[in-house]
Design a protein around this ligand. Structure first.
Ligand code: ATP
Length: 256
């Protein structure tokens, strides 16, 4: 892990974004995530959480403001191996997809070429080590499409981890996962953060769980309504949520 540089992992300065010129999806977002942080971002449906992640990953460009990764503008950033990303849809996999767990994780080392590139011994060992780390080494030769949601989720986390990233970004990772797998998933995140020092950015609806796990919490709805210690968030939760969510406060519901 590259921990020697103390620049923030992620820095958004005055970032605004809209998909069309009519509605602003994100409005003047300032958000800094130091290295080693475990940041949870909460917000209601349609509040701009996934859009924020896409801006961080350089998949969208802000209409105003600047996004920096490890001190570099995202537009010039090249070290994508330092960032592991698990998308919202990662665990709703097409059951006919013809790839093994091993192959899916291998593709995290080499991108699209991964399935065709010859793997050397070191790559091979690295993939098995990563599968072991997330507890699914025994599933290496299984077809990804035939696994449970929780097992598929671990496969995609392994894929995101295999290049030794400094930060793991997870967008709504527990949607559609059974409660036992969700518990084990949070244990895994605690291990990755606490023992391996990986920074984690976790997008979630589950405010109750998030505030118990993360080191910082941010509440987003077009603007950042709170960013700070989870204890302060919990203490002032009602006031923060009524500003951020309006009157219709549905903390744990999810419409996906
Ligand atoms: N590709 C797109 N084109 C136009 N509008 C979009 C697009 N993607 C998202 N939006 C709109 O932007 C707003 C923010 O969406 P976004 O997906 O970022 O929110 P979210 O907080 O991740 O929502 P959820 O929790 O429901 O996944 C919503 O009003 C959504 O309808």
């Amino acid at each position: 892990m590259n921990k020697q540089v103390a620049v923030p992992t992620i820095e958004l300065k005055n970032v605004s974004f809209d998909y069309d010129s009519k509605t602003k999806v994100l409005d003047q977002i300032d958000l800094t995530m130091p290295q080693g942080d475990f940041l949870g971002i909460v917000g209601p449906n349609g509040s701009g959480k996934s859009t924020l992640v896409k801006l961080i990953l350089g998949l969208l460009s802000p209409t105003a403001g600047e996004v920096k990764l490890f001190g570099q503008p995202v537009t010039a950033f090249k070290q994508w191996n330092r960032i592991g990303y698990v998308s919202q849809k990662a665990n709703s996999f097409n059951s006919g997809f013809p790839a093994t767990v091993f192959e899916v994780v291998a593709s995290g080392l080499f991108g699209k070429a991964g399935l065709f590139k010859w793997l050397n011994k070191k790559d091979h060992a690295k993939i098995l080590r990563t599968l072991d780390m997330v507890g699914i080494k025994d599933l290496a030769s299984r077809n990804i499409g035939k696994l449970s949601g929780g097992q598929q989720q671990r496969t995609f986390i392994a894929r995101a981890l295999v290049s030794n990233p400094d930060i793991l970004i997870l967008d709504e990772p527990t949607v559609g996962i059974d409660s036992e797998s969700v518990d084990r998933f949070y244990e895994l995140l605690e291990h990755l953060h606490g023992h391996l020092g990986i920074s984690i950015l976790l997008i979630s609806h589950d405010i109750g769980v998030i505030t118990n796990k993360v080191s910082q919490v941010a509440c987003l709805n077009k603007k950042i309504h709170f960013h700070g210690d989870p204890k302060d968030f919990t203490h002032n939760q009602e006031a923060i949520l009524s500003t951020a969510y309006g009157h219709d406060v549905r903390l744990l519901e999810h419409s996906h």
